[in-house]
Design a protein around this ligand. Structure first.
Ligand SMILES: C[S@@+](CC[C@H](N)C(=O)[O-])C[C@H]1O[C@@H](n2cnc3c(N)ncnc32)[C@H](O)[C@@H]1O
Length: 484
C-alpha cells in the first residue's frame, strides 16, 4: 500500500503526521474505511474523499486521538480562575463577558472543566460574566460532548465533590453533565488549520490549546500560533500544556510564568519581544512598593535570549530531571525536561524520560508523542521501546503491549524489565507456563544486582531489585512453581 499521497493529504488538511512507526494506526483506519466505502484501493478512496465531506469526517474520527479527562492539568484552571480572570474582569468593557475558547476540545472534558472551575469561583454569576466556546475537528467527539455522558475514565482527576455537584448518574458506570453547565459551552466543528475561523470567535481573552500541538510539526505549530494570536485580544492569554510551552515559543507571543505555571501572552506589537530564561531561572513579574504585582502591560523582562545549554549542562539538567522524577515531583521534572527537549541538543533519553513522567501522570497520549520523538532520535532506544509497551499496557491494549515487549527481548534478551512485563501480562491472561518462564528469566537476570542495574535502561525503576526478586518469587509460588 503506497501511503505517501494520503499521508500528504492528511497532513495538509488536519496537520497530523504519521511517522514510519505510527503508520499502523493509519493502515488500520484506511482498512476500515476502504471496507466501509467499498473503495478498491487507497487511490480510489482518495477520490471518494475529494467528493464526499462526510467520508472525510469518518476518516478524521478514526485518525484523531481524543484522550482527555476532567480537570487535566488543574494548575491551568487555578491560573484561570485566580490571576487571569481577576485581571480580565477589570479589563472587559461594561456589559461584555470575558471570552474563553477551548480549541481541540475533544469530547468536552476541557471546556466543561473550565465551566465548572468558573462556577466554583464565581457561583451562578459565572454564567453572565463568562462566555465559553469550544471547537474540534472531530464530529464524533463533538457529538459525545453534546450528549455529555461520560464513563469513569473521564473522572479520574475530578474531585469527587465536583462530580457529585455537576453530574447525574445514568447507570452504574456513566454520569451525565448538568444541563445548566452544558449550556455554558458553545460547541463547534472547526479545523484549527482552516483558513478562517468562525467570525464570532474573534476577540478571545483566553484560548486553551492543550495537547493538540504535539501531533504537528514545527512549521504547522507556528502557523497555528499565528492564527490563534489573531483570535486573541491584545493582552489575551494562550494556555498550552506544560510540555508544549518551549517547543511552541516562536517569538510571536511572550512566554511568561506565574506561580510556576507557564503560558503565552499576546503582548501589544510595539512591545519588545522577550524570551524568558524560563526554567533555569523562573521569570517573576516585579512587584511595586506596595508589594502588589505591577500591571503586566508595563512589564519589560530581560530581552536577552538564553544561550542554548552545552552538553554537560544538558547532562546536569537530565540528572536533575531524573532526581525530580524519582521524588515524584512530576511538574518540576516536566519543566526541567521541556528545556532539555527544545532545540538540536535534545537527545533520545530526554524524550524518553519525558514520556515516562507523562505516563506516571496518566497522560498516555502525551507519553506516546514523547516516545515517538525519542525513537526518531534513536530507533533502538531500549527505554523508548519499553515505554511503548508500558503505554499500550496502560491503555489496556494487552496484545500490542506483549508485541512491544517481545520486540525488546528479541533485540535485547538481557532486558529483564521487558521479561518482567511479559511475565505480568501472561499471568494476567492466565498463560501460566509462559508467565512462569518469564519470571524465572527475570530472577536469573537480576541475580547479579550490578549487572541488572546496567541492563535496566536509564529510567527510574518502579521498585528495588530486592523487592523485584521477592515479587517474582511470590508470583511463582502463587502459580505453584519455584524459582528454577
Ligand atoms: C488529545 S486531545 C486534547 C483534548 C484537550 N484539549 C485536552 O487537553 O484534554 C486532541 C484533540 O485535538 C483534536 N484535533 C486534532 N487535529 C485537529 C485539527 N486540525 N483541528 C482541530 N482539532 C484537532 C483531536 O480531534 C482531539 O480531539
Amino acid at each position: 500500500m503506497n501511503l505517501g499521497p494520503i499521508k500528504y493529504l492528511i497532513k495538509e488538511r488536519l496537520g497530523l503526521q504519521f511517522a514510519e512507526h505510527t503508520e499502523d494506526a493509519l493502515r488500520r483506519a484506511l482498512a476500515k474505511r476502504l471496507a466501509g466505502t467499498g473503495a478498491a484501493s487507497v487511490a480510489a478512496y482518495m477520490q471518494r474523499l475529494d467528493a464526499d465531506e462526510a467520508e472525510w469526517h469518518e476518516l478524521t474520527s478514526l485518525l484523531t486521538i481524543n484522550e482527555t479527562y476532567f480537570y487535566r492539568e488543574p494548575q491551568h484552571l487555578r491560573l484561570l480562575t485566580g490571576a487571569l480572570t481577576t485581571e480580565l474582569l477589570t479589563r472587559v468593557a461594561p456589559g461584555k463577558r470575558v471570552r474563553i475558547l477551548s480549541m481541540g476540545c475533544s469530547t468536552g472534558e476541557e471546556p466543561y472543566s473550565i465551566a465548572m472551575a468558573l462556577r466554583e469561583q464565581y457561583g451562578e454569576s459565572a454564567d453572565r460574566l463568562f462566555e465559553i466556546a469550544a471547537g474540534d475537528v472531530d464530529h464524533q467527539a463533538l457529538d459525545k460532548a453534546r450528549t455529555g455522558v461520560y464513563g469513569a475514565y473521564s473522572f479520574r482527576a475530578l474531585p469527587s465533590e465536583l462530580a457529585g455537584r455537576y453530574f447525574t448518574p445514568v447507570d452504574a458506570h456513566h454520569r451525565q453533565i448538568d444541563p445548566a453547565l452544558r449550556r455554558l459551552v458553545a460547541l463547534r466543528q472547526v479545523n484549527v488549520l482552516a483558513e478562517a475561523y468562525p467570525q464570532d470567535w474573534a476577540g478571545q481573552d483566553v484560548v486553551f490549546f492543550r495537547n493538540v500541538s504535539i501531533y504537528f510539526d514545527a512549521a504547522t505549530r507556528r502557523a497555528i500560533h499565528q492564527r490563534l494570536q489573531a483570535l486573541l485580544n491584545p493582552g489575551g492569554y494562550l494556555i498550552v500544556s506544560a510540555t508544549e510551552t518551549l517547543p511552541n515559543d516562536f517569538g510571536l507571543m511572550n512566554l511568561e510564568e506565574r506561580d510556576g505555571v507557564f503560558f503565552f501572552v499576546n503582548r501589544l506589537a510595539a512591545q519588545t519581544r522577550t524570551k524568558t530564561p524560563a526554567f533555569a531561572e523562573p521569570l517573576k513579574s516585579p512587584t511595586g512598593s506596595d508589594g502588589r504585582r505591577k500591571d503586566d502591560r508595563q512589564f519589560q523582562p530581560d530581552p536577552v535570549k538564553p544561550t542554548p545549554p552545552d552538553l554537560s549542562t544538558h547532562e546536569v539538567g537530565y540528572q536533575n530531571a531524573l532526581m525530580l522524577t524519582r521524588e515524584h515531583r512530576f511538574d518540576e521534572a516536566l519543566q526541567a525536561l521541556a528545556l532539555l527537549c527544545v532545540g538540536d541538543a535534545a537527545q533520545s533519553h530526554h524524550w524518553a524520560l519525558q514520556a515516562h513522567v507523562l505516563l506516571e501522570r496518566g497522560d498516555a497520549v502525551g507519553a506516546l508523542a514523547a516516545v515517538e520523538r525519542a525513537l526518531a532520535l534513536d530507533a533502538w532506544s531500549v527505554d523508548a521501546l519499553l515505554l511503548q509497551g508500558r503505554i499500550a499496557r496502560f491503555q489496556g491494549h494487552l496484545e500490542s503491549a506483549i508485541g512491544h515487549f517481545r520486540q525488546v527481548v528479541y533485540s535485547r534478551p538481557d532486558c529483564w524489565p521487558a521479561h518482567y512485563h511479559l511475565a505480568e501480562l501472561y499471568r494476567d491472561r492466565g498463560q501460566t507456563a509462559l508467565a512462569v518462564r518469564e519470571y524465572r528469566i527475570v530472577l536469573r537476570q537480576i541475580a547479579d544486582r550490578d549487572g541488572a542495574m546496567q541492563t535496566a535502561g536509564r529510567l527510574p525503576l518502579a521498585m528495588s531489585i530486592q523487592d523485584l526478586r521477592f515479587l517474582c518469587e511470590t508470583q511463582l509460588s502463587r502459580l505453584g512453581q519455584t524459582a528454577d
